[in-house]
Ligand binder design. Structure first.
Ligand SMILES: Cc1ncc(C[n+]2csc(CCOP(=O)(O)OP(=O)(O)O)c2C)c(N)n1
Ligand code: SF4
Length: 283
């Protein structure tokens, strides 16, 4: 089994106690338990503390512009559906700068896992409010307190037809690992919003706060019930942990591409006629 760790010691730029460490462990263990090879896995990320994740795991990765992880992930999956593709980043990166991609790529149902480290703040740029920051939270920029109601990623994802919607908490790494495994193996778009403390810039939503404000979905919870999932997602007084919703058997973005209708071979492996490409580009 591959361990997804680099041979040389890593200089990880996260603060001691940051929730990103546990998410890294959960992701590595999920990849191991799914018996994936590092060559089979690609992580696409943008900018931020969370978005540094692929630099600390021995897989293929693309680290691009702030908020642009999703379109890259979708394109990679379309070019080579054999790969396991994960888009990963923070709440600011994915719901703020990348908000437009968050909305429109859900509608495509690409077969990717979308892991969002939600610390309810912009960590890398020192604590400004993010879309998920609580109303009235004071920050170095929002000195009188955040004026807006927080963005609700789970309700938005459900309303746009996401086929897998889950919430995890980095303080429960074993459960986070299990949810990540399910997201990776789900056929279609899978959102995992992962609460985690930013111990340096968010003194409100700390480890204790998450523990006190989250609860586990019951063992008999029916994840196929859309209305119940929406009800859970809209409850912003108490935060449900687990898989809120899953719909199986929906066609994925890649499966519907005309290029795969009569030929399953990944387009990345097909012969290209460079003269035709050059002709097309010169039009
Ligand atoms: C287009 C653009 N706008 C702003 C920035 C500055 N910037 C870099 S990281 C970041 C916030 C990252 O916050 P989040 O995605 O929540 O991740 P965290 O660092 O908390 O993990 C911002 C605003 C940028 N790099 N590019
Ligand atoms: S600033 Fe916050 S999110 Fe960034 S590494 Fe430190 S604790 Fe983690």
């Amino acid at each position: 089994m591959k361990n997804f760790e680099f041979e040389q010691e890593l200089d990880i730029a996260w603060c001691p106690g940051c929730g990103n460490f546990n998410i890294r462990t959960s992701l590595i263990e999920a990849l191991q338990e799914l018996e994936l090879e590092p060559e089979q896995v690609v992580i696409s990320s943008g900018i931020g503390q969370a978005a540094k994740m692929p630099q600390y795991i021995d897989v293929n990765y693309f680290n691009g512009l702030h908020g642009r992880a999703l379109p890259v992930a979708v394109a990679i999956k379309a070019a080579n559906p054999d790969l396991t593709v994960i888009a990963e980043g923070g709440d600011g990166d994915m719901y703020g700068e990348g908000g437009n991609h968050f909305i429109h790529n859900i509608r495509r149902n690409p077969n990717i896992a979308h892991l969002v480290h939600n610390n309810m703040v912009y960590g890398l740029t020192k604590g400004q409010a993010s879309p998920t920051s609580k109303k009235s939270m004071q920050t170095p920029v929002q000195t009188s307190g955040v004026a807006n109601e927080p963005f609700n990623p789970l309700a938005v994802a459900l309303s746009l037809g996401a086929t897998f919607v889950a919430r995890a908490f980095s303080g429960y790494p074993e459960q986070t690992k299990e949810i990540i495994k399910q997201a990776i193996t789900h056929e279609g778009y899978a959102l995992v919003d992962i609460f985690h403390p930013c111990v340096t810039f968010n003194k409100i939503n700390n480890f204790k706060w998450y523990k006190n404000n989250c609860y586990q979905l019951s063992a008999d919870y029916n994840r196929n019930d859309f209305n119940m999932a929406m009800e859970k997602a809209l409850d912003v007084e108490h935060f449900a942990l687990g898989v809120l919703y899953q719909k199986q058997g929906q066609p994925t973005f890649e499966q519907q591409l005309p290029v795969y209708q009569n030929n399953q071979q990944p387009i990345v492996h097909r012969k290209r006629d460079l003269d035709k490409v050059s002709e097309l580009l010169s039009l």
